[in-house]
Design a binder for this molecule. Structure first.
Ligand SMILES: [Zn+2]
Length: 205
């Protein structure tokens, strides 16, 4: 089960602590997805504990309660047919960028294809709320990764592995950007400057 494997990796790599964060995957050909239950640790997930949920966020099957951010996951699946998996974590450095309201930029060449427009910060809304689901749904139409102010990050992808890898890459990008800002006293290139340097429009070949 890919959700269980990826959850263990994300936990082992420190992207989530305790029972924080959540992970889900769409059921191919069905208007449903599997999600981590509420109160479960990402590092110790059991396949039988995952909860089956419809695209409105209502539980279809499962003994445990649905994850706190199930409404956000459902809203993303409704908005993006291409998204097959969603990962939400609270990694320390990327989360700090959300608190500082500084977007994470594709400063390294390896990030250009992953986050060509950077990773925007979504203004704070209460965790688990319809309001949070709405603002994330609007933003995720244009981005595969977003930072939630004072909260954490969300990444999406065509597979659980891809969404998880992107999640790890965002935390690494945040660490590098923080180091650059320390070295330069906060100066970083703009997205326009990066586009010019990397010629982002033509990079994907
Ligand atoms: Zn969270």
């Amino acid at each position: 089960m890919k959700i269980v494997e990826s959850g263990k990796k994300l936990y082992a790599r420190g992207l989530v602590k305790g029972t924080s964060g959540n992970i889900s995957a769409r059921i191919p050909g069905a208007e449903m997805f599997l999600i981590k239950p509420s109160g479960a640790c990402m590092g110790k997930l059991n396949p039988e504990d995952l909860v089956l949920v419809d695209l409105n966020g209502s539980k279809v099957r499962g003994e445990l309660n649905v994850s706190m951010e199930t409404l956000v996951h459902a809203a993303i699946y409704r908005a993006r047919d291409d998204v097959q998996a969603i990962v939400h974590t609270h990694p320390p450095t990327a989360t700090a960028f959300g608190i500082a309201k500084i977007e994470i930029l594709p400063l390294q060449i390896e990030l250009v294809t992953l986050i060509p427009k950077g990773v925007p910060v979504i203004p704070f809304e209460k965790p688990g709320s319809e309001a949070l689901a709405k603002v994330v749904q609007e933003k995720i139409a244009d981005y595969d990764a977003v930072v939630l102010e004072n909260h954490g990050i969300i990444t999406v992808g065509p597979t659980v592995e891809a969404a998880s890898k992107l999640n790890e890459m965002i935390e690494e990008a945040a660490k590098v950007q923080l180091s650059v800002m320390i070295l330069t006293g906060g100066r970083i290139p703009s997205l326009a400057e990066l586009e010019k340097k990397f010629k982002m429009q033509n990079y994907i070949e």
